[in-house]
Design a protein around this ligand. Structure first.
Ligand SMILES: C[S@@+](CC[C@H](N)C(=O)[O-])C[C@H]1O[C@@H](n2cnc3c(N)ncnc32)[C@H](O)[C@@H]1O
Length: 249
């Protein structure tokens, strides 16, 4: 693994474009990074990649480290707030690591993705969707990602423990052009009380409880066994006609 990633994970800090040191926001993201890295290393055809949502750049680092030795490797990053809210941390990390085969589009994905599509369809081997996490927004990202991915390419969704994204994963599992390829799940940790309570609470719908329970309690109760990252393979062309429907939707 790249030295810069090891240093970030050991110190729990990152440095911004301003020179300021920031706390690493998601130290537990090691698992997702390795998932991405291994997925890419296992398929030598992955070189052109696209990421929506860079933040502190942990996934960018793993993606670029995994394609570093590949011909024509190029990583396109979309993040409207990279040099403002994030103090350029993600890009600074890539620069520090000497990973320079990337470009940053500082626009919201809903504006940047149609522009990329106008340039060329099916231009990417892998797209990571990890931007704005509402269902409708992530669905728009996936709509464009499907057009931008070549046949045999990968669509990866992060943060799928969120119910909005769980719903999207369910939907993608029904699209004829995709097959779920791999996923990671957080290890199951349940207290005896939780073991007893969970079936009862789940019976009454997790979504209902999200508006009633304080957020940390909701997360503890419902999110410990949730999937964290899912990769789909585009196993077929998207050939749905305008009236295509699936009664399971
Ligand atoms: C969960 S973070 C991404 C985490 C990152 N992939 C990592 O490995 O640490 C979500 C990112 O989405 C970005 N974002 C917010 N709104 C967006 C939008 N409309 N389009 C694209 N990115 C957006 C945020 O600036 C933030 O960097």
């Amino acid at each position: 693994m790249h030295k810069v990633i090891e240093t970030i994970q050991r110190t729990g800090t990152v440095t911004g474009r301003s020179g300021k040191t920031h706390k690493l926001l998601c130290p537990q993201k090691r698992l997702e990074g390795m998932f991405l890295y291994n997925l890419i290393r296992a398929d030598a055809a992955v070189a052109k990649t696209l990421e929506i949502g860079c933040a502190q750049g942990l996934s960018s680092l793993h993606i670029c480290a995994a394609t570093e030795d590949r011909e024509n490797a190029w990583h396109t990053i979309i993040d409207p707030h990279q040099n403002t809210h994030w103090d350029g941390v993600g890009i600074t990390n890539l620069d520090t690591a000497g990973l320079d085969s990337f470009d940053l589009i500082e626009k919201k994905s809903e504006f940047a993705l149609p522009e990329l599509l106008q340039r060329e369809e099916a231009q990417f081997d892998l797209v990571l969707v990890n931007g704005w996490h509402t269902f409708d927004h992530a669905l728009v990202d996936c709509f464009y990602a499907t057009r931008l991915l070549r046949l045999g390419g990968y669509l990866v969704l992060d943060s799928v423990a969120l119910s909005s994204l769980q719903r999207l994963v369910d939907l993608l599992n029904k699209w004829p052009c995709y097959e779920e390829f791999a996923s990671i799940r957080k290890p199951l940790r349940r207290s005896a009380l939780k073991q007893w309570l969970l079936p009862f609470l789940k019976h009454l719908q997790a979504d209902t409880w999200s508006s009633v329970l304080p957020s940390p309690l909701y997360k503890t109760l419902f999110r410990d066994d949730a999937t964290k990252m899912v990769a789909f393979i585009k196993s077929d062309l998207d050939q749905r006609g305008s009236c295509w429907h699936d009664e399971r939707f």
